[in-house]
Design a binder for this molecule. Structure first.
Ligand SMILES: [Zn+2]
Ligand SMILES: [Zn+2]
Length: 340
């Protein structure tokens, strides 16, 4: 079968590999139908950011969905032919984090597409525990990125987004836009700060405000809009640590700053006394653990429309070109899905 294999040191190639087979009763063989390109997949192409848990060589791709082609005896109610979304985080079940329901933080972190083979391939072996059934009517283009939706939804829940709340999102990548769409659904006034080719697409999504950071001073715009009080919630989703200083200055008392991108950055000149005296919280948020079922409902019931963020689709044979579209933001690319 064809798969996108990462070898480390920025070497990635689309090549012929052996079709995988089940090695125990708790696994299923998935015929992959759709896989999303995630911003974090760029760790395989450049060395700006590294994740120390990655194990090479590995087939890339942690957001995907497909059809069960074979299943081990421990079926857990699933059958051959079922359509499923894959929850990418494996769990040991024994460490304190797994035992307390926080399996993304498992001490023995294992993840499809990073420590074991993932979804930019024709087939993938997945533990049955990591499969979430979807209806046969759900478009695989949408199913492919449920992990993304779950991650956005979990961040919104942790931020306690509600009616009338002012939310600022920095960065209009897939996660930022999804957080925007979900926050809007939850009743918040959403302002998105972005730049470049993506803006044209974002402007069509009816957010409360879209601010172009190349020629507008978003810090003063937001402070002016709020009579200098600042906003309760800021999501930093730009994948850069550069806007953090400004972000820290637009947060209201008891507000929350969520950091969602792995940037390799450090907190530099942020005025820590303001954090203390205004009781501001800075929160890292990275996974969608525990939110897959709800994310599926959001999409199946058409509460959010993923066609608003999926800007391009490609075939598996074109996956390297798809990555170029994503990293160079060709035609304002937001989310790209590989369909098979
Ligand atoms: Zn991802
Ligand atoms: Zn564990």
């Amino acid at each position: 079968m064809i798969a996108l294999v990462a070898y480390g040191n920025k070497k990635v190639s689309l090549e012929e590999v052996e079709k995988p087979c089940l090695t125990n009763n708790n696994q299923a063989l998935i015929r992959v139908k759709g896989s999303g390109i995630c911003g974090s997949d760029h760790i395989f192409f450049d060395d700006k950011v590294t994740l120390d848990w990655v194990k090479y060589p590995v087939i890339v791709g942690h957001e995907f969905a497909g059809i069960i082609e074979k299943i081990g005896d421990d079926k857990k109610g699933l059958e051959v032919g079922d359509h499923v979304v894959v929850d990418n985080y494996l769990r040991c079940g024994k460490c304190i984090y797994c035992k307390t329901g926080r399996y993304f933080l498992c001490d023995y972190h294992a993840e499809l597409g990073q420590t074991i083979n993932g979804g930019f391939a024709e087939y993938c072996v997945v533990p049955i525990t990591n499969l979430v059934k979807i209806s046969n009517n759900m478009d695989f283009k949408h199913a492919a990125i449920i992990e993304n939706v779950a991650t956005a939804l979990r961040a919104c829940r942790r931020a306690n987004v509600r009616f009338g709340q002012k939310v600022v999102i920095i960065g209009a990548g897939p996660l930022g836009v999804l957080i925007g769409l979900i926050s809007k659904t939850m009743g918040a006034d959403v302002a998105i700060v972005s730049r470049g080719a993506r803006l044209t697409r974002i402007e069509q999504l009816n957010f409360f405000k879209v601010i172009n950071s190349t020629n507008q001073d978003w810090e003063s715009i937001i402070l002016k809009d709020t009579n200098n009080a600042g906003v309760e919630t800021v999501f930093e989703a730009s994948g850069s640590s550069e806007p953090l200083l400004k972000a820290s200055r637009i947060i209201s008392k008891t507000g929350k700053l969520f950091l969602l991108g792995v940037t390799g950055g450090k907190i530099g000149n942020i005025a820590l006394d303001k954090i203390v005296l205004n009781e501001i919280e800075i929160i890292g948020s990275v996974s969608g653990m525990g939110y897959f079922e709800e994310a599926i409902k959001l999409v199946e019931n058409k509460i959010i429309n993923l066609d608003q963020i999926i800007s391009h689709t490609f075939s598996l044979a074109e996956v390297l070109e798809a990555f170029r579209y994503e990293s160079e933001r060709v035609e304002g690319a937001i989310k790209i899905v590989i369909l098979q």
